[in-house]
Ligand binder design. Structure first.
Ligand code: ADP
Ligand code: MG
Length: 558
């Protein structure tokens, strides 16, 4: 039996592919720029092994030119170019990646910078183009060729005039339709923004002729138009620079350039890991709480780059919810991307990175606490609530990570203290870590329930936020000390004088019974208390749920 080849309606296939792979049209520019960067990289790698070639980094660039009148967008690169055969195989065969082949042929190991691998990016140009023309002259070749296609029925190739080695791609931008606008891809500011967004860290200059106005030399009022060539991308990613060469100001500039926030970061964390998984990251702990932080609208996440090219705006898998306030970016060479390069294929590497990042954030917060207490308190005032929610969520499974980062107001220190500090100060006879819940520090101070504990000289932690007591219930104990509410039935202090209690209770049995009778709907028991000094009476609770918790539970919607 003879085997037959599948047939495909190539026009429909191309359309389907392009429109289902990419979620945004603007991606086409990222793809074409990536290809241009790859083409320059290939020259660079060739030069490494071929003595007859020299690579002067400064003479390589990518240029983007928009021509509104002719509705064309041109991308020029000074890369390795394509021969006639390469134009046919690489641009004439969908899913054929010349770049992947190049990596294999030259036995480039992981860790080099060539981006291409799937052999589809080029066709993304047809999302915005009626026609694409590629004029290319390959390194070492005397002739140049022109490849042209309208994306429907094939392409043409013919000899063409081109002096220098490299490639020129001319895209005829589609006319606007009722549903879609394409004009924007001819607008200078829009193109600049797309380049900045996705290709800011491409290692070669991406240039544009930019128009502007400036005051005329000899007059203050008159303006003159000018046009100059500008490099749009910043090229060297700050995260690849040596930490020692960077100042706090550099990080702050990066923070505001990237619009991570309008505040200044409280702290930056620069990570370079070269282990089981390789990545660079710059993370920030913001100074202020984003206005929507504690709302459903807030989206946590870090920017994710693969080899300097932006893959995802907000990769939420990189951050646990309880560190959701952290801003910043991660760049890794080791990610397996899916075909659109918008998502990841396997998340093994990502999980490793996420775990690593989580530990780094924790250790950096701990050192902030240790070395810059004031800053830590500032941080804690903004995001402490988040940490406490974190302890409470998932049945306390995060307490190991978070308990050392918690702080509460202390009755004796009159400031925020950590659990570690509390336990270190505990007198030997003190069994529990005591806390009291209430609306404010002032009100808690006046609670009759606190009197005995305070009188013993024991420190009390003041809980003023809804989440406090719930979180502590999840922590359960800290350094083997259990937590105890000052309003719980058994404080662990009174026991020394049980006999006296009983006589008092018997002597006043009638009074107690009378009170119990009157209050029967409201209290379970009326007893002699030894925790009171200046107050005649106070409420206490039995079991795990305290009065404050009950209030919160009752206030919650069903
Ligand atoms: P990929 O980049 O994933 O390989 P593309 O569809 O983006 O796939 O590109 C297909 C191939 O076309 C590339 O692998 C490369 O060999 C070739 N190519 C595309 N653009 C250029 C260019 N500007 N210069 C040289 N070769 C290019
Ligand atoms: Mg590509």
């Amino acid at each position: 039996m003879t085997k037959k080849q599948f047939k495909a309606e190539s026009k429909r296939l191309l359309e389907m592919m392009i429109n289902s792979i990419y979620s945004q049209k603007e991606i086409f520019l990222r793809e074409l720029i990536s290809n241009a960067s790859d083409a320059i990289d290939k020259l660079y790698y060739k030069a490494l092994t071929d003595d007859s070639l020299t690579f002067e980094k400064d003479s390589y660039y990518i240029k983007v030119e928009a021509d509104k009148d002719n509705r064309t967008l041109k991308l020029i690169d000074t890369g390795i170019g394509m021969t006639k055969e390469e134009l046919e195989t690489n641009l004439g065969t969908i899913a054929k990646s010349g770049s992947l082949a190049f990596k294999k042929e030259n036995e480039l190991k992981d860790g080099h910078d060539i981006i291409g691998q799937f052999g589809v990016g080029f066709y993304s140009a047809f999302m915005v183009a009626d026609e694409v023309t590629v004029i290319s002259k390959a390194l070492g070749s005397d002739e140049a060729y022109k490849w042209q296609s309208d994306g429907t029925d094939g392409y043409t190739i013919e000899v063409h005039e081109k002096k220098s080695v490299g490639t020129e791609i001319i895209i005829k931008i589609k006319e606007n339709t009722e549903d879609d606008t394409f004009d924007e891809y001819l607008e200078e500011h829009r193109l600049k923004a797309i380049i900045k967004k996705y290709s800011d860290f491409i290692r070669y200059p991406i240039k544009m002729d930019v128009k502007g106005q400036r005051p005329k030399d000899d007059s203050e009022n008159e303006l003159e138009e000018y046009e100059e060539e500008q490099t749009i991308n910043s090229m060297v990613p700050i995260w690849r620079k040596n930490k020692n060469e960077l100042t706090t100001e550099d990080y702050e500039n990066f923070y505001s350039e990237k619009r991570y926030g309008f505040d200044k970061p409280l702290k930056h964390i620069h990570i370079s890991v070269d282990g089981a998984v390789r990545y660079n990251a710059i993370l920030f702990i913001p100074e202020n709480v984003p206005f929507d932080y504690y709302s459903k609208e807030f989206e946590k996440g870090l920017e994710l780059y693969s080899n300097g090219v932006l893959i995802m705006d907000k990769c939420s898998d990189l951050l646990p919810d309880y560190f959701g306030f952290v801003k910043g970016m991660v760049d890794s060479e080791d990610l397996s991307l899916n075909i659109s390069r918008e998502m990841l294929q396997h998340d093994r590497q990502l999980k490793l990175i996420a775990k690593n990042i989580k530990n780094k954030i924790k250790s950096q917060l701990l050192s902030l606490l240790k070395d810059e207490r004031e800053k830590y308190e500032q941080f804690y005032n903004s995001f402490g609530r988040q940490l406490k929610y974190g302890v409470y969520s998932d049945f306390g499974s995060h307490k190991e990570v978070l308990q050392d980062l918690l702080m509460f107001y202390s009755s004796t220190e009159k400031k925020l203290v950590t659990l570690d500090e509390y336990v270190a100060r505990m007198p030997e006879d003190q069994k529990y870590i005591y806390y009291a819940s209430g609306e404010s520090y002032e009100r808690i101070e006046k609670l009759p329930q606190t009197e005995l504990v305070s009188d013993k000289g024991y420190e009390i932690l003041y809980f003023t936020e809804d989440v406090d007591e719930f979180a502590i219930k999840m922590v359960l104990n800290y350094k083997e000390k259990e937590f105890k509410s000052v309003s719980s039935g058994d404080l662990g202090i009174e026991s020394d004088d049980q006999e006296n209690d009983e006589t008092q209770e018997n002597d006043n049995k009638e009074l107690f019974d009378y009170m119990k009778d009157i209050l029967s709907a409201k209290v379970k028991d009326v007893r002699v208390s030894k925790r009171l000094k200046s107050h005649p009476v106070c409420l206490t609770t039995e079991g795990e749920v305290t009065i404050e918790m009950e209030k919160i539970l009752q206030a919650m919607p069903d």
